[in-house]
Ligand binder design. Structure first.
Ligand code: BTN
Length: 252
């Protein structure tokens, strides 16, 4: 465990490690053992970092790996909205710490952050019927590990970001604020805020699903955060899971 002192809001308890298998796995172990909402797991490096769809998340020293235990007290489907709450929190935390990036960061559905169109951060949310949810956050601060088929970037290539501990403090503070707004005002303002920073809104995109690729215009999010894809006349198609690309990137 590390003993670097961080300034965290009351109610948050930090478990900090030099290296761990995965901060999400440790947060899940703690949640299963009864850890309270606000339990944080931060590591300087991960030996078994995981991304969405069972992908590896290469996790060298210098980047940010943080997981937050949440107890949403909301039905599972509403908890899905927390992925957008978390995306906004990470977006705001980065902007607060690295304001030089103004205008260069966007949010990509469902929960990536892009710098100049290339992925610099990702979120992995995992939950259980026990009522806990773990929000895992990876930010490429110092280096941009290669992800096959995807362009990646890191904050350090565009600016001089502060130490990763400052990201932990800023994310916790932005998370707390957006979570409390979501609890008070619901998903509507979160969706609007998210769409204000969205990549590809109104543009032609390709969405890869498990066994097919769809193309159309990204016209918005539904009330649960599903992606609305207009493919012709009639109601847009609702997509609940998939990977989004600019159609030009895929040649479709
Ligand atoms: C993705 O974009 O595929 C999601 C990446 C999530 C990575 C973070 S790093 C901290 C936490 N621990 C993990 O093993 N994964 C998440």
């Amino acid at each position: 465990m590390m003993d670097e002192a961080l300034g965290l809001l009351p109610g948050y308890v930090l478990h900090a490690f030099e290296t761990i298998d995965s901060t999400n796995d440790e947060a899940k172990r703690l949640a299963r053992a009864g850890a309270a909402a606000g339990t944080l797991v931060w590591a300087r490096a991960q030996s078994g970092g995981r991304g969405r769809r069972d992908r590896e998340w290469v996790s060298p020293w210098g980047n940010l790996y943080l997981s937050i235990v949440v107890r949403p007290e909301a039905p599972q489907f509403e908890a899905a909205q927390l992925s957008f709450v978390a995306g906004l929190a990470v977006f705001d935390a980065i902007m607060g710490l690295v304001p030089e990036l103004d205008g260069r960061l966007t949010l990509k559905w469902p929960n990536d952050i892009l710098l100049d169109g290339a992925k610099c951060a990702g979120l992995l949310l995992e939950s259980d019927r026990d009522g806990w949810l773990v929000v895992g956050i990876g930010i490429n601060v110092a280096s941009a590990p290669v992800i096959p088929g995807r362009e990646t970037s890191c904050l350090g290539s565009a600016a001089q970001p502060p130490a990763t501990g400052r990201f932990v403090e800023a994310i916790v503070s932005c998370w707390d604020c957006h979570l409390s707004d979501w609890r008070t005002h619901g998903f509507g303002p979160v969706r609007e805020d998210w769409l204000d920073h969205s990549a590809y809104l109104g543009e032609r995109i390709a969405v890869t699903l498990a066994d097919e690729t769809l193309t159309g215009i990204f016209v918005g999010l539904d009330e649960m955060g599903g992606l609305l894809l207009r493919q012709g006349e009639g109601a847009p198609r609702l997509i609940l899971a998939g990977d989004v690309f600019a159609a030009t990137q895929t040649g479709l």
